[in-house]
Design a protein around this ligand. Structure first.
Ligand SMILES: Cc1cc2nc3c(=O)[nH]c(=O)nc-3n(C[C@H](O)[C@H](O)[C@H](O)COP(=O)(O)O)c2cc1C
Length: 329
């Protein structure tokens, strides 16, 4: 079972991905980078692709992701990416934001089966053997994806990453595991599960309940606990099994408190990220912005995390940020 890092726009940027592997090793088999919008024909500026410049991606194998609904632009973008050596490409069919979905992009794309199919055809043509999609159960309903089986199964996708929520749920509320169970075996392409994996128990549960899964994709859970990918990789490779009877929901069994050594490692990682963002971004506002987003998820690693997070969020100057982050225990 392969492990991947989910695309989290603004969070899992190249600097994070590279720094992460330096501090926590190569437990991920690959990362899908945050989406790059398909732009008007002939206007692909190198700047647009800077998050996937091979020299910026370090040793973590990276799959670029695009968002859009225009097949000709998809082909053009794929060709630009091939020039950087990429042979894989992922299409975002799940972005829930209204202003995106209403225009037929992201989670709005599967609502238009003809456009959706045209994008699959273009993707497979542009990146043979390397084209994948990331998709939800639907935008408004949990039943849209199943209506698309015939279309999806017509194309040799590298994989289909499923986040079993609707677009309207955004990122909250229960994942629909029973619905996922109904559809997971209907795809000819390998299926990757994504959504709310927060503990090793969650990964073992998913492996036991859905033995045919080809992979697990970790997002916010791995952001909150940077050791989670290596803990999951160790458990999976040692053949560990979910020890309880399968319930209907992910178990999320709590793992706090973390060891002092692990906390030190997380703080060292946060500090390295801060140094790198300080070197590459201009002015305190963007640096603070990035680190505030980082701590929004990672503060929970520390027992006093909620209290310090509030102070981080109120920091207006870099010196203030540096002082308050010393208080994480
Ligand atoms: C801040 C944020 C940014 C995201 N950006 C992207 C993105 O660029 N592309 C994408 O396919 N999904 C994106 N997602 C969705 C995640 O990849 C993932 O599907 C979702 O968070 C559920 O997985 P998780 O519970 O493991 O985080 C984003 C989610 C969040 C919270």
């Amino acid at each position: 079972m392969r492990l991947s890092l989910a695309p989290l726009r603004g969070l899992t940027v190249a600097t994070y991905r590279t720094c992460y592997t330096e501090y926590f090793g190569n437990s991920y088999d690959y990362a899908v980078a945050p989406f790059i919008p398909l732009t008007t024909a002939g206007r692909i500026q190198p700047k647009l692709l800077k998050d996937i410049f091979p020299e910026a991606c370090g040793s973590l194998y990276t799959v670029p992701q695009v968002i859009g609904k225009e097949p000709d632009r998809l082909i053009e973008m794929a060709n630009a990416m091939k020039e950087y050596g990429y042979t894989e490409l992922n299409l975002n069919c799940g972005c829930p934001w209204k202003f995106v979905a209403k225009k037929g992009r992201g989670s709005g794309l599967p609502e238009n089966p003809e456009m959706f199919e045209a994008m699959l055809a273009a993707g497979v043509e542009a990146m043979p053997n390397g084209f994948s999609i990331k998709i939800r159960l639907g935008r408004k309903s949990t039943s849209t994806l199943e209506t698309l089986f015939p279309i999806i199964n017509r194309y040799p996708l590298k994989e289909i990453i499923i986040h079993p929520r609707t677009g309207e749920q955004m990122y909250e509320g229960d994942v629909f595991l029973d619905k996922f169970a109904e559809i997971v075996d209907a795809f000819t392409a390998p299926v990757v599960y994504n959504g709310d994996i927060k503990t090793v128990f969650d990964a073992l549960y998913l492996k036991k309940r859905f033995p045919k899964l080809s992979g697990l994709m970790l997002g916010r859970g791995a952001f909150a606990d940077p050791f989670l990918p290596s803990d999951i990789a160790t458990a999976l490779s040692s053949g560990e099994e979910y020890p309880c009877e399968l319930g209907d929901t992910l178990p999320h069994t709590e793992t706090l408190p973390h060891s002092p050594e692990r906390k030190q490692q997380v703080l060292a990682f946060a500090n390295a990220l801060y140094q790198r963002y300080s070197a590459e971004l201009f002015g305190p506002a963007p640096i603070l912005g990035r680190m505030k987003e980082f701590w929004e998820y990672t503060a929970t690693y520390f027992e006093n995390g909620a209290e310090i997070l509030r102070k981080v969020q109120h920091s207006k100057a870099l010196a203030e940020y540096e002082q308050v982050t010393k208080l994480f225990k």
